[in-house]
Design a protein around this ligand. Sequence first.
Ligand SMILES: *Cc1c(COP(=O)(O)O)cnc(C)c1O
Length: 351
Amino acid sequence: MLTFAAGPSKVYDKLPRYMQDAYEAGILSANHRSAVFMNLYQETETLFKEKLHLPDDYKLLFTSSATENWEIITQSVVRSAGFHIFSGSFGKKWFDYAKHIEAGTYAHKIDPDETIDVSSLHIGEEFDLIAITQNETSNATQVRMKTIAEIANKYPEKIIAVDTTSSMGGIEMDFSLADIWYASVQKCFGLPAGLGVLVVSPRAIQKAEAKGEKGRYNSLNFMLENAKQYQTHYTPNVFGIYLLKRVLQDLEEIQHVEERLVKRMRKLEDAIANTSKFRMLIQNIEARSTTVLAVEGREEFISQIKKAAEKEGMQLGGGYGPLKPTSFRIANFPAITDAEMNKLIQFLKQY
Ligand SMILES: *Cc1c(COP(=O)(O)O)cnc(C)c1O
């Protein structure tokens, strides 16, 4: 069954090869204080710079998930409180985790069809961090880099943290615009779940050091101390890190990956626009995601199309949360081949 779910999502076709290679290379038993692991870590970070255009002075860290990153940011970076801007369920969850740690955390909720109106934003002195869910997987919306740039320009003194869980590895990020970016590998990286990545700027590192939070297993300062030597503070998911390295090695430079996804998304959108039973959940083109498409329709049609797709060997992603009965989602992730996407587009044309 080919899955178009937006996470866990289809893994790269080369995965069996990578897995076998990991075993044969002896990496699976490598000690995380050994040169073998330290090299693997360093190579993976270098690939982030080469393929994803991570700036040279940013640091790559490994965590267990995006959810863990939610906690780390408030626990280890935020001094006063975070200002969270979001339109959907993942942004709301991040806000909830942050609020649990810091009661002064603020939620600035926008409509899914709305883009962030930066000129009317008022983020007071009491907030030292701005949290943005760049790709909101639940409702298939996306915050454009130019909007993040406007926010960064307006608030140069604040730290900006960006959730790119379902877009990193698929579209090009201008990492220089913000200090903290993170993702999980089971989305756009086309890998099995169980590994999170967190990238931090020198300014974010300074800020964490100034806060001085330590003592927890995932205190950012503790992680950074180990990362200086390309080590981790606990026995990490070496297998996952190895697979990530292989995916990055085989990935085209990110602007080419993005170009391919943009083209495909246009075709997908056209196919949906031409159906009589379905429409795109997000009408505002400026708010729509490049990597996830949400489609809405009457409940009976949604369950019908899901069943028909399964008969053809394709699994559509379910709608998220309250949107479950009246929508489905399609991941436009790089591990899905153009031929597979074309098959889905042909299928959609019957409606
Ligand atoms: C999937 C997702 C998460 C959570 O990722 P985990 O790996 O399950 O922690 C967070 N944010 C967004 C935008 C997501 O799509």
